[in-house]
Design a protein around this ligand. Structure first.
Ligand SMILES: NC(=O)c1ccc[n+]([C@@H]2O[C@H](COP(=O)([O-])OP(=O)(O)OC[C@H]3O[C@@H](n4cnc5c(N)ncnc54)[C@H](O)[C@@H]3O)[C@@H](O)[C@H]2O)c1
Length: 341
């Protein structure tokens, strides 16, 4: 079977994870090119068979590239997606696809028309614990789902420059949780009510964002999801989930550094949660790449698509508008206005 040749665009935090995973675990795929404006001589020396360039457009065009992984800063995703579609290269793009709903829709349409496969990096769907929760819900083990609660807190603020260019907490961070809520419920959101504020560092407000938020999603059948986000939990990366239904409840707790529970006279002690996304979601990054490569090899549908990106983007835009206006926002309002975030 022909190997899938991949160009990786953006060798930063997330790009390096995908690079190492493909190198180590997927013999049916090869990284033939890497593009990043910042050169890393040690990588060039170590991976002599890989073509390194500072120009992502040069990498996309190459004949030995069937697919691209877009792991560059968010503001560059849309132009790179567009070029990859023009060059008929399949695409894995990190979230969010773009900050503009209009462009997210246009590119999704363009990929479909050009028969280019497009997967979005909503990796949390592929975390083994969350996948099990999804299966249990589908198998009816907790009856009709009424409430989903997602806790999603980072261990610390990202650099302010990152915040300034991220699209804001809802588009950059909570978008994962919006996707998870839709995915677990298997239903569409109709209304969003969000509140957000700055309690961690006033510099976040100067960068035009909030660092703490609560969002309530109402689904088409009247069920709810409640999502709480913070950019700083002093005890580590806090990623928990609870799904409550007519027949029971599913809880997914944090993954800790170890499973020891120490009891002594001062209390009961446990290790802290894993530090950040690279550790906590390491298995989800592997699984999503496995599914991306599999969909290319078998010519089957992608498991998280441009349509999912559109829905999550609409929810994020509604959350921001709701926070700004202090009122619930119907998703229809966002769709009608084609709002730019
Ligand atoms: N799915 C997840 O869990 C997850 C986690 C982190 C980041 N992300 C997303 O991945 C993207 C990258 O985030 P990151 O944290 O890795 O950022 P980063 O800043 O660590 O890395 C970005 C890299 O892209 C390079 N770059 C910049 N412009 C480029 C261009 N035009 N062409 C090629 N390379 C370019 C930079 O030099 C840098 O090496 C963002 O969209 C972010 O939202 C997703």
């Amino acid at each position: 079977m022909k190997k899938i040749n991949i160009a990786l665009l953006g060798m930063g935090r997330i790009g390096k994870i995908h690079f190492m995973n493909i190198k180590q675990y997927f013999p049916s795929a090869t990284i033939t090119a890497v593009a990043d404006p910042v050169s890393d001589e040690s990588l060039h020396q170590q991976y002599k068979n890989v073509f390194f360039t500072n120009d992502p457009y040069e990498a996309i065009k190459r004949d030995d590239v069937d697919a691209v992984l877009i792991c560059t800063p968010t503001s560059s995703h849309a132009d790179l997606i567009e070029e990859a579609i023009r060059q008929r290269k399949h695409i894995f793009c990190e979230k969010p696809m773009d900050l503009s709903l209009e462009r997210t829709e246009a590119l999704t349409e363009m990929a479909a028309t050009s028969k280019v496969k497009l997967m979005i990096g909503f990796n949390r769907r592929f975390d083994p614990d969350f996948m099990q929760a999804y299966r249990s819900v589908r198998e009816g083990k907790i009856g009709n789902v009424q409430i989903v609660k997602i806790t999603s807190r980072d261990p610390g603020l990202p650099p302010l420059d990152y915040i300034r260019n991220s699209g804001g907490l809802f588009m950059d961070m909570a978008i994962h949780d919006f996707d998870m809520a839709r995915y677990l419920m298997n239903k569409e959101v109709v209304e969003v009510f969000a509140k957000g504020l700055v309690v961690i560092d006033p510099a976040v407000a100067e960068a035009g964002d909030v660092d703490t938020a609560i969002t309530t999603l109402t689904f088409e059948d009247g069920s709810y999801a409640v999502i709480d986000n913070s950019r700083k939990a002093v005890y580590g990366y806090d990623q928990r989930l609870e799904i409550f239904g007519s027949g029971g409840m599913i809880q997914v707790d944090n993954n800790l550094h170890n499973r020891n529970v120490l009891y002594n006279e001062s209390g009961i002690h446990q290790a802290l949660p894993l530090d950040f996304f690279m550790d906590r979601y390491s298995r989800s990054y592997l699984k999503e790449m496995e599914l991306f490569i599999q969909a290319l090899t078998l010519n089957s549908p992608m498991p998280a698509t441009g349509s999912d990106a559109i829905q999550a983007t609409i929810i994020a835009a509604a959350a921001k508008l709701s926070m700004e206006t202090g009122s619930p926002v119907k998703l229809e309002e966002i769709k009608r206005s084609g709002v730019l975030v």
